[in-house]
Structure formats: structure tokens, C-alpha cells
Design a protein around this ligand. Structure first.
Ligand code: NAP
Length: 304
């Protein structure tokens, strides 16, 4: 295909920012934030997207406020279930590839080995359930899709995240308490942007017969596992080494019940990268390495 036209939704989110950098290497990018394409109004999506005529739609937009979703379920389901299903209808009308992002929170966390794409989701929260229903809406509507599930996302741009919160708290106080009984894989938004670009590249250079093999669901996170406590300790160690101004002296491990939140979290939500690795042609970067790179980038772009 000559230079495909790519429509990116959610361009101002953590992953959206990174996709704004990687997708122009593949095609002509039209990047849209919420003010241009609002997933909360799915009935308006047809008109605005058909006017762009994309060959590829990449949806990085979502209702991501996990705790707020428990009391704001109606909007969470419109944005995370209804809108992706409508995007699949539009992609079908256009014959376009739909790339969508989902979450480890579709799983309940009772496993003790990494979740694969064939494990059956059993979400525990409104957010997790709404995201799973969005996946299902896409699967039932249009087979030419790629759904990438990822986890524990942080980036230097976009909204606040665990890394930025720890840096702020660590600059203000000597002690933080962090849960140590939830295990996952911290994942840098830049690595997700690179993985999505690789998947689309792989699809675009495949001939029509093998293109069908690329469609489906993939797991992608940074390599290795950590608890939120491990992650916090690593953030402070790496940030200190880079010269971030920190007051922090102690990180205290606590249990999930000691830090109650509205939405339940999976205790173990490690995703297996086994399926995506041959397409990427290399192992995903280890989470600690990506954390260091993110902090270096953040330091360069932020006045602290
Ligand atoms: N963050 C994580 O830890 C995590 C973990 C696993 C999977 N994921 C998935 O990864 C994807 C990207 O997440 P992220 O971390 O980049 O999230 P993010 O930073 O919260 O970005 C989501 C973007 O979607 C936009 N958005 C929200 N409601 C919208 C609407 N009604 N219409 C259009 N845009 C809307 C947001 O805009 P506003 O900020 O203006 O509302 C924001 O720019 C999502 O599918 C998410 O479910 C995230």
C-alpha cells in the first residue's frame, strides 16, 4: 500500500503522544484529541471519521480513570465499549485496519503464571469489564483488527501516572507507603508506541494472504515483573542517581487492604509477550531499563 492515511484517536494521552512520533514513519498521520473526535458521542463518529477516509484507525483514547469508573459506569461503558464497537463498524465500512489498546485489568489476577491471549477474561472492575466489552464489540464486528493489551503504563507526557506521583511525593516527604502484593509489569508508553508501529509495519508489508495472520489480540508489556513497592523503590533509586531532588528516605511496603480504593485490582496481572515477540523481532526492553530512559527523557524536558 502506498503511504496509508492513519487516523490516531486519543492523541494527547500517554500512549497517544508516543504514537504521534512513531506513526508518521508509516503513513500520513491525522492526530485527533477529544476536542476533535469525542468517543463519548459515538453517534457522531461516523461523520467525522468518514470525512478523513483513513486506511488505518488507531484508538489510543479510553476512559482510563479506574476508580472513578466505579461510580461513573455509564460514561465508562460508552467510551470503552460502545465507541470501540462503532469504530469497528466504521473500519468495516472503509475496509480499514482498526488498532485498539486494552488492559491487563480484563483479568482477575488469580493466576500465578503470565496471562496469554487465550486466557478467558474475568474482569473485576467496571473499567476492566468495560474494556473487555470493547474488545468483544470489535471482535464481533470486524475481523481486520489488532487489539494490544498492555499494563501499568507510564510516560513522560500526558496525564499523571505512578512515576510522576512518586517523584512528587519523594520530593515532598521522607516516607511513602506502597502496596507490595500486586504484581505486574511497569510499561513505558514509548515502548508501546514502538510495538504498535512494528505491528502495523508487519501488517503493511505482508501480502493479503498472510495479512490475515496478523489480525487478532496481542499482549505487550516491558519485560520482567515487579510489585508497586518494587517499582517505587526503583523509581527513587534511578531518580536519585540522575540527580532528581528527593527528600525520600524510606519506602514502606503495605498490603492492598491497607490502601483501599474504589476499584479492585488484580493481584497478579503479568501478561505473556510470547505471541508478539517474533513480530517485534526482539524481546521487549526490561522495565527497569525503560524506567531509566523515561526518567532521563523526563529530566531533559522538565525543569525541576
Ligand atoms: N494507563 C495505564 O496504566 C493503562 C494500563 C493498561 C492499558 N491501558 C490502555 O492503554 C490505552 C492508552 O492509555 P493511556 O495510559 O495513554 O491513557 P491516558 O493518558 O488517560 O489517555 C487516554 C486519552 O483518551 C482521551 N479520552 C478520554 N475520554 C475520551 C473521549 N470521550 N473521547 C476522546 N478521547 C478521550 C483522554 O483525554 P482527556 O485526558 O482529555 O480525558 C486521553 O488523552 C487505553 O486504551 C488504556 O485503557 C492503560
Amino acid at each position: 500500500m502506498a503511504m496509508p492515511r492513519i487516523l490516531l484517536l486519543g492523541a494527547k494521552g500517554q500512549v497517544g503522544h508516543e504514537l504521534q512520533k512513531t506513526l508518521p514513519t508509516i503513513g500520513e498521520l491525522v492526530a485527533a484529541g477529544k476536542e476533535t473526535v469525542n468517543l463519548a458521542v459515538p453517534e457522531q463518529l461516523h461523520e467525522v471519521i468518514l470525512s478523513v477516509q483513513p486506511d488505518i484507525i488507531v484508538n489510543a483514547a479510553a476512559y482510563t480513570a479506574v476508580d472513578r469508573a466505579e461510580s461513573d459506569a455509564e460514561l465508562a461503558y460508552i467510551v470503552n465499549q460502545k465507541a470501540p464497537t462503532v469504530l469497528a463498524e466504521i473500519a468495516k465500512t472503509l475496509g480499514a485496519l482498526l488498532v485498539h489498546i486494552s488492559t491487563d485489568y480484563v483479568f482477575d489476577g488469580t493466576h500465578s503464571h503470565p496471562y496469554t491471549e487465550s486466557d478467558v477474561p474475568t474482569p473485576q472492575s467496571v473499567y476492566g469489564h468495560s474494556k473487555w466489552q470493547g474488545e468483544e464489540g470489535i471482535r464481533q464486528t470486524w475481523d481486520q483488527h489488532i487489539i494490544l493489551r498492555t499494563a501499568w503504563v507510564y510516560g513522560s507526557q500526558g496525564k499523571s501516572n505512578f512515576v510522576k506521583t512518586m517523584l512528587r511525593l519523594g520530593a515532598e516527604r521522607p516516607e511513602v507507603r506502597v502496596v507490595d502484593d500486586q504484581i505486574g509489569a511497569p510499561t513505558w508508553a514509548k515502548d508501546i508506541g514502538d510495538a504498535i508501529a512494528s505491528l502495523i509495519q508487519h501488517w503493511s508489508i505482508s501480502d493479503p494472504a498472510t495479512q490475515a495472520d496478523v489480525y487478532g489480540t496481542y499482549h505487550f508489556t516491558n519485560r520482567g515483573v515487579a510489585s508497586w513497592y518494587d517499582f517505587a523503590v526503583a523509581i527513587f533509586a534511578e531518580a536519585q542517581a540522575l540527580g532528581f531532588p528527593l527528600q525520600i528516605e524510606r519506602v514502606i511496603p503495605i498490603s492492598t487492604p491497607e490502601y483501599p480504593l474504589p476499584a479492585p485490582r488484580p493481584a497478579y496481572s503479568v501478561l505473556s509477550n510470547r505471541k508478539i515477540t517474533p513480530i517485534l523481532g526482539q524481546l521487549a526492553p526490561h522495565w527497569r531499563q525503560s524506567l531509566r530512559h523515561m526518567l532521563q527523557e523526563y529530566l531533559q524536558n522538565t525543569s525541576i
